[in-house]
Write a protein that binds this ligand. Structure first.
Ligand code: CAA
Length: 260
């Protein structure tokens, strides 16, 4: 696949997707959203890919938001379509059975913060800044910020970010649980690759089940979520990886998972 606004590489089961519009601080215009959507849709069936890292080109920004120059003249119908496109991308990332790690290398604002929120984990460089500044523009978040942010950091903290439009630095983002880890800028991608490699070394059926249990279980009541977990746990016993993983433990050797 050839992309105008994305860079893509894959090695050893780890795909790295880089949003590449550094002159606009990697702002998400429709073309970039559509490219991301087709790439993440294709990754679903790509057996060579086990874990995905999502980052932004340049040293300044992960993604500085949806593209304001493209949004400024549009009407209500187009605005809704634009939001639905962002939601479709977020849902595609969340529904991908493979983990997606956001490596946030600078500004993650508006749609950029929302893009990081739909990833499974977030690592941030020390110069990263997070925020939902939409109210400064007379709008609200359109790619899920009013929903995923409170689910991740709690309603009160989310409310403050959503209503003030203020940015928080990486240390504060870590303190409030918005990111998993903060690293010096030059260590961000190596750390994301190391984390991805560790996850890629496990049986990928189990990794996909963990993602499903977290995603779907958190949206239903605890009793039904635990039943869902039991269903998935049971299904693990239909896999070669379960037989191998447990046999390897008993034989005191590393497991050789085949993702089957
Ligand atoms: N859309 C379009 N272009 C953007 C952009 C965006 N979201 N963010 C930055 N750019 C462009 C700037 O217009 C500028 O372009 P020119 O050089 O052609 O003038 C270039 O990127 C560099 O930006 P700045 O000169 O502004 O850089 P800075 O270092 O002075 O400031 C910043 C950096 C604080 C991130 C600032 O660019 C900024 O505030 N950007 C907008 C952030 C924002 O409001 N994001 C939310 C958008 S709305 C949204 O995302 C809705 C949604 O939920 C779907």
């Amino acid at each position: 696949m050839i992309f105008e606004n994305l860079l893509y590489e894959c090695s050893d089961g780890i795909a790295t997707v880089t949003i590449n519009r550094p002159k606009a601080l990697n702002a998400l215009n429709q073309a970039t959203l559509k490219e991301l959507l087709s790439l993440f849709t294709a990754l679903k069936d790509d057996v060579a890919v086990k874990v995905v890292i999502l980052t932004g080109a340049g040293e300044k920004a992960f993604v500085a938001g949806a593209d304001i120059s493209e949004m400024q003249p549009i009407d209500a119908v187009a605005g809704r379509h634009f939001a639905l496109l962002g939601h479709k991308l977020a849902a595609t990332i969340e529904e991908l059975s493979k983990p997606v790690i956001a490596a946030v290398n600078g500004f993650a604002l508006g749609g950029g913060c929302e893009l990081a929120l739909c990833c499974d984990m977030r690592l941030a460089s020390e110069n990263a800044r997070f925020g939902q500044p939409e109210v400064n523009l007379g709008v609200i978040p359109g790619f899920g910020g009013t929903q995923r942010l409170p689910r991740l950091i709690g309603k009160g903290r989310a409310c403050e970010l959503l209503m003030t439009g203020d940015m928080v630095d990486a240390a504060e983002a870590y303190r409030i649980g918005l990111v998993n880890k903060v690293l010096p800028a030059d260590e961000l991608l190596p750390a994301a690759s190391k984390l991805a490699a560790k996850i890629a070394s496990k049986g990928q059926v189990a990794i996909g089940f963990v993602k499903s249990a977290l995603r779907d279980g958190l949206e239903i009541d605890l009793a039904r979520a635990c039943t869902y977990e039991a269903d998935l746990f049971g299904l693990c016993f239909a896999t070669a990886d379960q037989k191998e993983g447990m046999l390897a433990f008993l034989e005191k050797r590393p497991a050789q998972f085949t993702d089957k």
